[in-house]
Design a protein around this ligand. Sequence first.
Ligand SMILES: Cc1cc2nc3c(=O)[nH]c(=O)nc-3n(C[C@H](O)[C@H](O)[C@H](O)COP(=O)(O)OP(=O)(O)OC[C@H]3O[C@@H](n4cnc5c(N)ncnc54)[C@H](O)[C@@H]3O)c2cc1C
Length: 296
Amino acid sequence: MPLVRPASLLSSLTTLRLGGRAAVEFRLDNEEELDACGRQIDSCGLPVHVLGGGSNILAWDGELPLLLVRPNFRNGPEILREEGSKVTVRVGATVRLPYLLARCAAWGLSGLEGLVGIPGTVGGAVAMNAGSYGCETAPLLHSLRIWSPGVGLKNISAEQWEFAYRYFGLRKIEEYFFILSASFCLTRASSDGIRKTMRLNYFKKKSTQPLLAWSAGCAFKNPSPELAAGKLLDEAGFKGKRLGGMAFSPIHANFLVNEGKGSASAAFDLLGQAREAVQRRNGIGLHLEIKVLPCS
Ligand SMILES: Cc1cc2nc3c(=O)[nH]c(=O)nc-3n(C[C@H](O)[C@H](O)[C@H](O)COP(=O)(O)OP(=O)(O)OC[C@H]3O[C@@H](n4cnc5c(N)ncnc54)[C@H](O)[C@@H]3O)c2cc1C
């Protein structure tokens, strides 16, 4: 299993373009390396973090006490099975989500249209239960191929996982796990109809979110389906608020943006100020949606 030395700068691997270097970084290219990878991880004794497309990550600056694993499983997508209008599609975890959506549109497979505009990989979308426009990743999953220490390589299905809003977990597995591939259960439909829905969703998104800025998407989770974190941040005066090269976007108050010269410490200061203001004003504690590296 290739050890990357020196580890890559997380600022070059994340869409927020912030962050220093992990103490150790491994590339994981095939299933045969998994057991050896697990043994090396044990011997390092560092917390493990799996990195997908880095589009939901806020990493601290400097030398980071963590072991970064970068899987490289780019197989598929491929159609596994078709029964009536139901179609099962399998895809490697490192395949980009937008590429999967493009293939689905071309093949006339409906289900994932709401996820248009979400960057990152299939593995990251599953691990985050990414979603938008009423479409979430987890309910469309048919099965997963995973590896975890103690369990090894395993194909699992819906009884073995649990999910909620921006949460996905494996039952009975308390250690870290790598998603190697995912199979989705989709429905036959016309390519033209799917493309039309994707286009509409994309234009709606583009007009309300800074899709091209350096960001990690929404910084905070919505406190409830009826109450958007962006609305609370806007009302507390944080829309467009800037600090040390970081800002809450003037287009969408919940998007924390690196304006070019931002730093992780400025990002945390700004997030802390916003959280305090909303707590004071509304009595609501906001929780981060983005994943912090290393996690505290
Ligand atoms: C412009 C923009 C718009 C966005 N819009 C949305 C949106 O509408 N809805 C939404 O839900 N999110 C959105 N996001 C956030 C982000 O794109 C999603 O959470 C995405 O699914 C993360 O995928 P990733 O591959 O980049 O994962 P990463 O950011 O690399 O990792 C995210 C989490 O997934 C885990 N992970 C990644 N790969 C694996 C794997 N193979 N095995 C196990 N765990 C893994 C990581 O350990 C980490 O905990 C947006 C982000 C941006 C920048």
